[in-house]
Design a protein around this ligand. Sequence first.
Ligand SMILES: NC(=O)c1ccc[n+]([C@@H]2O[C@H](COP(=O)([O-])OP(=O)(O)OC[C@H]3O[C@@H](n4cnc5c(N)ncnc54)[C@H](OP(=O)(O)O)[C@@H]3O)[C@@H](O)[C@H]2O)c1
Length: 253
Amino acid sequence: MNFSGHTILITGGGSGIGLALAERYLAAGNEVIIAGRTKDKLEEARHQHPGLHIKTCDVAKEEDRIELFTWITTHFPEVNILINNAGIQERFQLLKDTDDWKRAKNELKINVDGPVHLTMLFAPFFKEKEEAAIINVSSGLALSPGAWVPVYSATKAALHSFTQTLRLQLENTNIEVIEIFPPAVNTDLGGPGMHTFGANLQEFADSVFAEIEEGETEIGYGDSVHRLKADRESLKAGSKQAWEKFKQNNPGF
Ligand SMILES: NC(=O)c1ccc[n+]([C@@H]2O[C@H](COP(=O)([O-])OP(=O)(O)OC[C@H]3O[C@@H](n4cnc5c(N)ncnc54)[C@H](OP(=O)(O)O)[C@@H]3O)[C@@H](O)[C@H]2O)c1
């Protein structure tokens, strides 16, 4: 696939990983539309990068997803790449947060309903294009779950599973299926300051962008590269180790 001349929709493109990818696709000569809930955030991104197009949308809401699909295919009928990047991360104590289903359900809707439904809307539309791609942003935690974010880890494992079956069903079509597995990256995921220990955002995005260009379909970075190659026992041990470390660092959890 050429790296320019595409029209790309990035959900959650107003900040963090989505914006870093938007900047790179824009600089490479593509039309880029970023979608997110917060208009101010999108407008600020467009102010920084006047070439960006913006669209408010809450991917948790079925009607917003359908409206986004209709709007994009009307105003940007040449759209041929969907990046399912929007996501949130919530910490849960499963024995204490028992009446917090609303928060868990919202996380499931954003992280699972959003990308699955958008894929189901866009894939048939993309089938008519000469070339197209669906890029799902899951997580290293899809492979080795983080016990402090149990619902989040489950949503990313679900997205990973869905992406694998999508790739199988779309083999021999014009639609490439790519999955990005970020490790911890320094963004505002989970709230400002929650991921300052993570990898540098710009270095991460440069590496991911280069691997997409090279035609990789399962893209890790740092720790998640090892997770992609690890056996089941190492992944289980990694989860346990990370959980012990988290409890040590967060004695109040
Ligand atoms: N940073 C990490 O350590 C890390 C690690 C593994 C995977 N990831 C994944 O990478 C993706 C991007 O996260 P990030 O780290 O860049 O965090 P971020 O800076 O918080 O970006 C998330 C973006 O998603 C948007 N968003 C959230 N809920 C939405 C909704 N319901 N509808 C539309 N947009 C929504 C947010 O904007 P609004 O709130 O304005 O809508 C925001 O722009 C996520 O899927 C995340 O799970 C991140």
